[in-house]
Ligand binder design. Structure first.
Ligand SMILES: C[S@@+](CC[C@H](N)C(=O)[O-])C[C@H]1O[C@@H](n2cnc3c(N)ncnc32)[C@H](O)[C@@H]1O
Length: 215
């Protein structure tokens, strides 16, 4: 077999997430979250689709961030760090909240390792902490390693749709929430009408986000 015949197989073994990291390190500017976000969009259009919140939906979240100005935020579902970088940089740079802390949960060690590298490249490692493991098991670690009881004032949920309800209930029981917590609902597949029953309505301001299910 010639080298030319071997080449396509070799290329297909490279995972798109690794190509993404290479792309960012080669084309984005270090310590410049905006340039990383821009290069992520470019990569997703020109190379491979990525399952991040993306340029259309992110402004909906940023609208809520602008209104609520959170100091401590939690995200379930980090993937390669797009939303963590975008929202943490928005809170720090656009809202001017320098001491913001952003905790992002990611079940896949592979995704989390890439996310940490991109976050480090963005110069945001002191703001964003990526916690590896399934959220229901990692929450305990967050509670014991960080003094966050009653301090979390923003939650962005973007992981596995079937786990939203269970993990929301866990979060509520954890005592992490500030008096009024702003939960951004990216729950496209869950009727909005379930939420008042699920979470204490006077403690949580719920944002319907982009409501695909018409609930
Ligand atoms: C849609 S992607 C997140 C995209 C990310 N929020 C962004 O916009 O850049 C969903 C991620 O959630 C992770 N995930 C799925 N189930 C999880 C769980 N139980 N705990 C933590 N992360 C989970 C997946 O591995 C995947 O990386």
């Amino acid at each position: 077999m010639t080298q030319t015949q071997l080449a396509p197989t070799a290329v297909s073994l490279v995972k798109k997430e690794d190509s993404y990291l290479d792309h960012i390190l080669a084309h984005a500017k270090r310590n410049n979250p905006e340039s990383i976000i821009k290069e992520t969009h470019k990569f997703a259009i020109e190379r491979y689709w990525l399952m991040n919140v993306g340029p259309e939906k992110s402004p909906l979240v940023e609208q809520v961030l602008l209104e609520k100005r959170p100091k401590v935020a939690i995200e379930i579902g980090c993937y390669l760090g797009y939303s963590a970088i975008r929202f943490a940089a928005y809170i720090r740079d656009t809202l001017g909240i320098q001491d913001v802390k952003y905790y992002s949960f990611e079940i896949s060690e592979y995704h989390a390792n890439i996310a940490r590298k991109v976050i480090d490249f963005a110069g945001l490692s002191h703001i964003i902490t990526v916690i590896t493991g399934p959220f229901n098991e990692s929450l305990e670690r967050l509670l014991s390693n960080h003094n966050l009881l009653s301090k979390v004032d923003f939650v962005f949920i973007d992981h596995h749709k079937e786990l939203y309800k269970q993990d929301l209930q866990l979060l509520e029981k954890s005592g992490l929430f500030h008096t009024v917590c702003n939960l951004f609902r990216t729950l496209f597949y869950m009727p909005f009408s379930e939420f008042p029953r699920l979470l204490c309505p006077n403690r949580l301001a719920l944002y319907p986000g982009h409501n695909h299910c018409g609930g």
